[in-house]
Write a protein that binds this ligand. Sequence first.
Ligand code: ADP
Length: 544
Amino acid sequence: MQGLMQHGALTVDKFLDHAAAWHGAREVISRDAAGIVTRSNYGEIHTLAKRVSNGLARAGIRPGDRVATMGWNSARHLAVWYGATGMGAVLHTLNPRLFLEQIAYIANHAGDRILFADPACAELIGELLPQVPTIERVIFLCDAATLPRTDYAATAFDDWAAGEPAEYAWGGFDENTACGLCYTSGTTGNPKGVLYGHRSNYIHALMTLQADALALSGRDSVLMVVPMYHANAWGMVYSAPAVGAKLVLPGQKMDGESLVDLIEQEGITFSSAVPTIWQGVLQYLRESGRGLGALKRVVIGGSAVPEALVRTFRDDYGVDVIQGWGMTETSPLATISTPSAEVAALPADEQIQYAIKQGRLLAGLELKLTDDEGNRLPHDGRTPGRLKIKGPTIVSGYFGGDGGNVLDEEGFFDTGDVSTIDDKGYMQITDRAKDVVKSGGEWISSIEIENIATGHPAVALAAVIGVAHPKWDERPILLCQLKPGASACRDDLTSFLDGKIARWWMPDDVLFVPEIPLGATGKIDKKLIRQRMEGYKLPFEVTR
Ligand code: ADP
């Protein structure tokens, strides 16, 4: 028997329709690379997005065509987002921090037809265009006065959109229609495209809004630091308008001072970014003696959150850290580390041990741990296994069929992460499968050692990689980037780790490097570290 409720297609354009109708005056604020702050609101963005749909239709864009953006978080970027998805086109976010060859590969693979880009990307696009013949047109997200001079044809967004009608009928298509395309960084092989559907993004936004997840409300003032090209800014492109939260878009400048300025000036209560960005913010706060104004909660994900970061936010600034885990393939948020009733009843210090785990599963998803043969493993908090996930916000295959079938016989997607799940349901990533250090047949968690090492007062960033060893297959070594002006030696770090990790996990060497390389989404780039460390020899053999 069928239910007798109305069928409303779950299409993402409805989030901005709702924001415009019910929170139309709520502000959307953008800061550009020159530091100029522009104030707009959901009503105006909605009108602008409708103009974009008309402009795209006039340019011959049809439902299913790929419309690319290459830019930081801005109001114009948001208008293009809704303008393209609302008319049934696929919004493809390109990450401007990738190498030219990667961007060219991705744009060709996607078959992008129109490119909306930040003016700062003008030079890169000049090199890109000859390699991507599918791109017919470049529109810079700026006004005529700031249109970059280029030797290729380009238009200023404001001029392009200005003459277009402000009415366009969005939606009207099946809710499973594709709306977004985002490529994973492809740490193994070529980047692969994750093709989001309206329904999957809609459901993801609702899932993340719940009180035990991001708990965004119309009263929040949200600083969306995580870039829109990083898995839909963790869904906040949808969830913030859905609740009518004030939205602050910081553009390209994401250094500590620039972010703290916005946090103070705009009364920010909630923000989102990867750990390395927050480390920059905390470093700046220490140097400047400034505070975090009205900020109450930060969601941090993308890589593991060190304990020291949670403590500093909580103890020095009264800010709660919510750790989220997920990946492009999972829309991205899937687990969240907010306290369960049982954990909330623990003393504050013990609660932190759960805050640094990746957390509990959001409703609507299924999670399992397996060994390499696919047998389920216990949730005892000790046994690491391959983490697999299933649900309506999880990828079922990559764009263009790349990678073939990615689901197991029960329909679960293998995340490539290795983790444990404890008896309270908290999942903890111990490594990405390809970063695991395998020593004497057992796994050493590089993430755990890194987290502890980052707690040393002199250490800014820490990375552990495995190095070939004749007896143990691999042994871990620790690379540290020290804080400006700080000093430490090998023994300082090994004594600091002593007693906090199993003896046989102790890194065989500690190296101090001027800079730990970060990848295009602000994560430690272990692939590059491994390349740089090629030919490195361990100083001596250790016994276990
Ligand atoms: P990529 O880094 O491959 O471009 P994603 O942004 O999709 O792509 O990254 C997903 C990966 O990031 C996860 O598989 C996991 O390894 C890591 N990750 C995400 N959140 C966390 C977290 N809170 N703690 C540890 N690792 C995380």
